[in-house]
Design a protein around this ligand. Structure first.
Ligand SMILES: *[C@@H]1O[C@H](CO)[C@@H](O)[C@H](O)[C@H]1NC(C)=O
Ligand SMILES: *[C@@H]1O[C@H](CO)[C@@H](O)[C@H](O)[C@H]1NC(C)=O
Ligand SMILES: *[C@@H]1O[C@H](CO)[C@@H](O)[C@H](O)[C@H]1NC(C)=O
Ligand SMILES: *[C@@H]1O[C@H](CO)[C@@H](O)[C@H](O)[C@H]1NC(C)=O
Length: 568
C-alpha cells in the first residue's frame, strides 16, 4: 500500500476517534463516581459505618491476641459479603506484653519517711463490660528491669530540655526522670533520657496537654478530655517492621522459622530502649511532681494555671520503678481484598488501614477500618452494576501497626519487587475520625487529585459547602502536609519503595489518644455523633482510589513537586 501524505492525517484522526471511544467506555469513572459523591449517601451509609465501628471496638484487640484475630475474621467476612475476593495473610513477629510493673515514690525527708506505691490502674467507668480485658499500661519493647533514683523533671524530654537542665546545673546522671508526653516520639523520650545518663523514665500525661485546664473539666465520660487516671500507652520501637527481621519478611512454615536477629543484635540496632520506663497518668505524675524540690522550672515547663509549681530536682522524691515484659513471637493477620483490573491488572492502587489497637481503638485506628469497609461496600455495589476498574484495586487491613508498622512493612518486604514495579499509589487512613476538619498529607504529585476529590464531597459539618471550601477557609490555600517520619503505614511504601502516597483524616490530635477511653462511646459522644465524618472520609478515600484506578492517564500532577523542590 502506498502511503500518501493525505493518509497520515486520516490515520491520526482514526486513532483520535478510537481514543475518544475507549476513554469514555463504561468503566470510565465519571459514570460511577456518583456513588461516592451523592449527598444522600451521608444518611444511607452512616448506620452501616457505625455498626462496623461498634463491632470492631467491642473488645480490646491488641496485635497478636485472639481478639484481634477475631477482628481480622470480621473484616474478612465483611469484604467477602461485599463480593470482594479476600484472604488473610499471617506473619510471625516479635511482640511484647507486660507481665509485672511497680512504681514506688519515697519521700525521704518527711518524718517519718513516707512511701506510696501507685496502683497504675485506669478508672473504669460504669457500663464498659470489656474494660477488664484491657492490658496493664506499658510501653511496647520497654527494657525489663528495675531503676531506682532521685527524680528529676525534664519537661518534654527533648535534647534542648536536657541542655536547659545542664545550664541550670542539674545533674541527671543516675536519676529517674519524669517527662511529659506531647512534643516528641515516646521512643525518643526514653533514648534521650538514656543518653543523658538517667537510669529509668516515667512518662506522664500533663493536664495542660491532654486534660483541659480548669476545674470544670472533669474528664471522660463527662467531657472529651483525658480523665486524671488516663494513661497513654504505645511503642518505643523506632524502626519499622518486626525488630528481629529488619529488611526481610517474617515468614515461618510449620517446621521452620525464618532467620531472626538475637535479642542482643536487636539491642545493638539502636531502635529499642536500653533503660526501663513506664507510662503513667496525670494524677500520678502530679503526685510525683509535688515531691520534687530544687529550682523552679522555667515558665514554659509549667503546667495548667491551677497546677502546683513545677521544680526540677533532683529529688528529694525518690522513685523505684520495676518493669517486666514478655517477648514473644506471635502470629499477626493482614486482611487483603483484591478487585482485579480489566485493562491494566498488573497496576495496583492500594488502600490501607490498620486494625490492631492499644485498647478499644475507636479513633485509632478503627474509625479508619470502618471507613475501609464502607469503601469496600461501595466498590462491591459498583461491581454488581458491571463495573471493573481499569487497574487492580487492593484493600489492605494491616496488623501490628502500633508496635512499629509491622503488618504493612512485612507485606512490603515480602512483595518488594512486585510492589516497586506495579504499585501506582498507596492511600492510607489511620485515625480516620476524631473530630471536625479535614486534613491531608501526600507526596506532592497527588495534591491536585486530593483537591479535586474534596471539591466533590460536601462538608459533613456544613452541608452547604464542599470539604474543599471549608478546607481553604481555615487556611489561605489547602494545607497539605508531607509524609515524613514513620507516623503510619504509608512509611514502608514511601520510604522503602518510593510509591506516591496519601494520608487523610478528620479531626487531628485528640485527648484520649492511646488510652482505654478511646472507645465507641467517646466516638458517639464527641468524635462523630452522627457518623457523617466517617461517611465523608470513605467518600474522599474511595474517590481518590477510583480516579487512580480508572483514569486512562494516571492523574499525577508534578507541578507542585517542582515547586516544592525549588523551595527546598
Ligand atoms: C553527675 O553525677 C554522676 C553520678 O552521681 C557523677 O559521676 C558525675 O561526675 C556528675 N557530673 C557532673 C558534671 O557533675
Ligand atoms: C524497688 O522495688 C523492688 C520491687 O518492688 C524491690 O524488690 C526493691 O527492693 C526496691 N529497691 C529499693 C532500693 O527500694
Ligand atoms: C457554611 O457554609 C456557608 C456557605 O459557604 C457559609 O456561608 C457559612 O458561613 C458556613 N457556616 C459555618 C458555620 O461555617
Ligand atoms: C445518621 O444520620 C442521621 C441524620 O442525618 C441521624 O438522624 C442518625 O442518628 C445517624 N445514624 C447514626 C447511627 O449515627
Amino acid at each position: 500500500m502506498i502511503i500518501t501524505t493525505l493518509m497520515i492525517p486520516i490515520c491520526l484522526y482514526i486513532i483520535y476517534l478510537l481514543f475518544i471511544i475507549t476513554s469514555s467506555s463504561p468503566s470510565s469513572y465519571s459514570i460511577y463516581h456518583s456513588l461516592f459523591t451523592s449527598t444522600s449517601l451521608i444518611t444511607n451509609s452512616n448506620s452501616t459505618i457505625s455498626h462496623h465501628l461498634y463491632t470492631l471496638t467491642r473488645r480490646p484487640h491488641v496485635a497478636g491476641t485472639q481478639a484481634n484475630a477475631d477482628a481480622a475474621s470480621y473484616v474478612f467476612s465483611t469484604f467477602t459479603s461485599y463480593s470482594l475476593p479476600s484472604r488473610i495473610t499471617s506473619y510471625h513477629v516479635s511482640l511484647t506484653y507486660p507481665i509485672s510493673r511497680s512504681l514506688t515514690l519515697t519521700h525521704p525527708q518527711s518524718d517519718p519517711p513516707t512511701s506510696i506505691t501507685f496502683d497504675l490502674n485506669q478508672k473504669i467507668y460504669s457500663g464498659d463490660p470489656y474494660a477488664n480485658e484491657v492490658l496493664p499500661t506499658f510501653h511496647a519493647y520497654a527494657k525489663s528491669g528495675t531503676a531506682v533514683g532521685k527524680v528529676v523533671y525534664v519537661n518534654y524530654g527533648r535534647v534542648e530540655d536536657y541542655d536547659t537542665l545542664k545550664q541550670m546545673g542539674v545533674n541527671v546522671s543516675g536519676t529517674v526522670v519524669l517527662v511529659r508526653y506531647g512534643e516528641i516520639f515516646r521512643g525518643d523520650i526514653v533514648r534521650n533520657a538514656h543518653l543523658a545518663g538517667a537510669v529509668g523514665v516515667v512518662v506522664y500525661t500533663d493536664k495542660k496537654d491532654y486534660g483541659g485546664c480548669g476545674s470544670k473539666n472533669k474528664g471522660y465520660p463527662d467531657d472529651r478530655w483525658m480523665p486524671s487516671s488516663g494513661v497513654q500507652v504505645g511503642t518505643l520501637y523506632s524502626g519499622a517492621g518486626d525488630p528481629t527481621t529488619p529488611g526481610w519478611a517474617s515468614i515461618s512454615s510449620s517446621n521452620a522459622d525464618c532467620e531472626r536477629l538475637s535479642d542482643d543484635e536487636v539491642e545493638q540496632s539502636g531502635d529499642v530502649p536500653l533503660i526501663p520506663s513506664l507510662p503513667i497518668s496525670w494524677a500520678d505524675g502530679d503526685f510525683i511532681l509535688r515531691s520534687i524540690g530544687g529550682q523552679v522550672a522555667n515558665a514554659d515547663w509549667q503546667g495548667c494555671p491551677d497546677s502546683s509549681v513545677y521544680r526540677v530536682g533532683p529529688g528529694p522524691g525518690f522513685l523505684n520503678l520495676t518493669y517486666t515484659g514478655s517477648q514473644v513471637i506471635n502470629a499477626i493477620q493482614n486482611v487483603i481484598a483484591v478487585i482485579e483490573g480489566a485493562i491494566e491488572p498488573d497496576r495496583f492502587v492500594i488502600l490501607g488501614n490498620h486494625r490492631d489497637a492499644w485498647t478499644f481503638g475507636a479513633v485509632d485506628p478503627n474509625s479508619g477500618t470502618a471507613a475501609l469497609l464502607e469503601v469496600a461496600r461501595r466498590f462491591g455495589k459498583l461491581k454488581r452494576k458491571g463495573w471493573r476498574p481499569r487497574r487492580t484495586i487492593i484493600l489492605c487491613n494491616w496488623d501490628a501497626e502500633e508496635y512499629g508498622l509491622i503488618g504493612s512493612t512485612e507485606w512490603v518486604e515480602e512483595n518488594r519487587e512486585m510492589l516497586a514495579s506495579r504499585a501506582v499509589a498507596y492511600l492510607n487512613v489511620d485515625c480516620g475520625v476524631s473530630g471536625p476538619g479535614f486534613h491531608a498529607s501526600a507526596t506532592p504529585q497527588l495534591d491536585e487529585l486530593l483537591k479535586q476529590a474534596t471539591q466533590q464531597v460536601r462538608d459533613p459539618d456544613n452541608i452547604s459547602q464542599t470539604i474543599y471550601e471549608s478546607w481553604i477557609t481555615s487556611s489561605e490555600s489547602p494545607l497539605i502536609g508531607r509524609l515524613g517520619g514513620g507516623g503510619s503505614d504509608y512509611a514502608p511504601f514511601v520510604q522503602h519503595i518510593g510509591i506516591p502516597s496519601v494520608d487523610i483524616l478528620f479531626g487531628g490530635g485528640y485527648p484520649v489518644y492511646h488510652s482505654m477511653y478511646d472507645d465507641f462511646v467517646w466516638m458517639k459522644k464527641f468524635g462523630d455523633p452522627m457518623f457523617h465524618r466517617h461517611v465523608a472520609a470513605a467518600s474522599i478515600w474511595g474517590l481518590v482510589a477510583l480516579q487512580l484506578a480508572d483514569k486512562e492517564f494516571l492523574p499525577f500532577n508534578y507541578l507542585s513537586y517542582a515547586n516544592e523542590l525549588q523551595e527546598s
